[in-house]
Design a protein. Structure first.
Length: 298
């Protein structure tokens, strides 16, 4: 039996509200795909809904792996990669909905140019507007600007360079770092680059992975004509304060991983201290805001 052309990896965590819509859209866009779902120890009915979905479609190539603990996004993806048999593998967020034809257009990006290791869709929001989804590798200047608060005080006027404010989403072309909510990857490239770095459990795993693809000679392509719906933040918004700490920790680990000079290590140490302070302040403000919004029962 010939191996499936496409494998799809979906990592779920308390995704019962969105997973069936995701699977239905995937079936419409890529009915013959091998689908591997890793459930990261959900506490809601996510796994039960997926199991019912599998029973209703016994002919579908759909596998559910239930993790005994929440092992993080990167490790869960790596579990899926060890099971994937396709010539290409798609990382797909459970809160993403594909359109008919989207998967085929992404696949053509790989077949049309053998140098392309990753193809990414144009992400749109619930209003049909294109969502900014492509960034550049961040550096120390981006960190200091973000920590200054100026981008939040003057939105639209000051934007850190790593958020690629000038990226043209109206046309297809090279993209340095699209977000991992939907990425189609060439398996031969994955085999060369290696799995995701599990030190980046939730954030910056896509930043690091895309960087390693490029360092190994693979290009990354943004496909304007391959739309996918993504509201964004499904997993992050469930536990906001822990996610603040994880995002700041990941930024520090990324800078540390790719900074090797002596002066650079001093900058990394300063960045780490600044990120700890910033995470503490943001967490405090978040908890105070939450308490203010909490209803009072008489």
């Amino acid at each position: 039996m010939r191996a499936p052309v496409l494998s799809v990896i979906i990592v779920t965590y308390n995704s019962e509200a969105v997973i069936i819509s995701c699977l239905d859209s995937l079936h419409a866009s890529a009915p013959d795909a091998e689908v591997i779902i890793i459930d990261n120890h959900s506490t809601d009915a996510t796994a039960a809904r997926i199991e019912a979905y599998i029973r209703e479609r016994p002919a579908a190539a759909l596998t559910l792996i239930r993790s005994p603990r929440n092992c993080g996004f990167a490790r869960a993806v790596n579990i899926g990669l060890t099971r994937a048999k396709g010539e290409a593998v798609m990382l797909l967020g459970p809160d993403v909905r594909l359109f008919p034809g989207t998967t085929g257009r992404l696949m053509r990006c790989l077949t049309d140019d053998e140098r392309v290791g990753i193809a990414a869709p144009r992400l749109i929001d619930e209003h049909g507007h294109t969502r900014p989804s492509v960034r550049k590798p961040p550096g120390f200047s981006d960190l200091w600007l973000e920590l200054s608060g100026l981008p939040r005080l003057l939105p639209g006027r000051i934007t850190a360079a790593w958020k690629a404010p000038g990226f043209d989403y109206s046309r297809s072309g090279p993209a340095r770092q699209p977000e991992a909510s939907c990425l189609l990857c060439r398996m031969t490239a994955v085999a060369q680059v290696g799995p995701m770095d599990v030190r980046f459990t939730m954030f910056f795993n896509d930043v690091d992975w895309c960087r390693r693809f490029r360092e190994n000679g693979w290009s990354i392509h943004y496909c304007h004509d391959a739309p996918a719906f993504h509201a964004g933040g499904h997993a992050v918004y469930q536990h906001r304060i822990p996610m603040i700490w994880k995002s700041h920790q990941a930024f520090y680990r990324y800078l540390k991983k790719y900074t090797h000079s002596r002066s650079g290590r001093i900058a990394v140490a300063a960045a780490g201290l600044s990120l700890v302070i910033a995470a503490a302040v943001r967490s405090l403000l978040r908890s105070m805001l939450f308490r203010k919004k909490k209803p009072v029962h008489m």
